[in-house]
Design a protein. Structure first.
Length: 277
């Protein structure tokens, strides 16, 4: 009788364990299926470039949050403290003194554009003698693929010359970007340097939300030099091209941004900020 009772208890225990395992497994599957899939075909933008141009340098999201929305991109940091380069899922600052550092997850961002770089095309670029020639070569591919889409590119090579700039952290009250660039940007010229340019293309209808055309940032292979690209010269480089069909914007929640008159045409100020001309 005792052995029969032990057998029944053992059987009942096994049934309960199996039922519990089934319940927990079911819960795991339900939780997993309820989680939204990351859309890798979206250009994720923090704020508007026009807001940055007016002088909104207040960080509105963290680097940690930004990196949940892409692995490649460009931007700047709280207080306009340097140029942002996101590459291979890591975020770097090219500071106003020429140094480069990997930033912490807690650092905040007032403006950036990132996406997941899933290559749609790879080709060689050769014989580029200037920034204007580079943009012309990239624009030829835009013409082939369609001028009304968003593109993120990565250009890897050994560059004969590259001219970049960065900006020092600003103090309140913040000046408009073009005024800051009149007195507080620093230029750096590098020769025979291996590295990567990350570039963003925005279509013409984005004129009120970002800069139309190309915007490129550079970081050296050893992660010690970088900045906003103003000039370039190289014999050969590898272009990785990503078409992106979606666009998402996260707007700041501060009073300064809320009070801007964003209907004011800032085309010339943006052009000056992008090209320094």
């Amino acid at each position: 009788m005792g052995s029969i009772m032990k057998h029944k208890l053992k059987t009942a225990t096994m049934v309960v364990m199996i039922m519990c395992a089934a319940v927990f497994t079911g819960c795991e599957k339900e939780t997993s299926s309820d989680m939204p899939e990351q859309n890798r075909e979206v250009m994720y933008q923090v704020s508007l470039l026009q807001g940055l141009t007016f002088g909104d340098y207040y960080g509105s999201i963290t680097v940690e949050e930004l990196e949940r929305n892409g692995d490649t991109g460009i931007g700047t940091f709280n207080r306009l403290n340097g140029e942002l380069i996101m590459i291979d899922g890591e975020t770097y600052r090219a500071a106003g003194d020429g140094s480069v550092e990997l930033v912490s997850d807690e650092e905040t961002i007032p403006f950036s554009v990132v996406t997941y770089l899933d290559p749609d095309e790879t080709r060689n670029l050769t014989g580029i003698q200037s920034y204007e020639e580079l943009c012309e070569a990239l624009d030829e591919i835009v013409t082939e693929r369609g001028k009304n889409r968003f593109y993120m590119v990565r250009i890897d090579g050994n560059f004969n010359e590259i001219n970049v700039r960065s900006v020092n952290a600003q103090d309140e009250p913040y000046e408009p970007l073009v005024d800051v660039l009149e007195h507080d940007q620093t230029f750096f010229d590098y020769e025979n340097i291996e590295g990567t340019m990350i570039g963003l293309y925005c279509p013409p209808y984005m004129a009120d939300l970002n800069a139309v055309g190309w915007h490129l940032h550079f970081i050296s292979k050893d992660k010690t030099k970088g900045g906003h690209v103003l000039g370039i010269n190289f014999d050969d480089a590898v272009l990785t091209w990503d078409d992106t069909d979606g666009f998402q914007t996260k707007l700041p929640q501060n009073e300064m941004f809320a009070g801007f008159d964003l209907t004011i045409d800032q085309t010339e100020d943006i052009k000056k900020a992008e090209t320094n001309k």
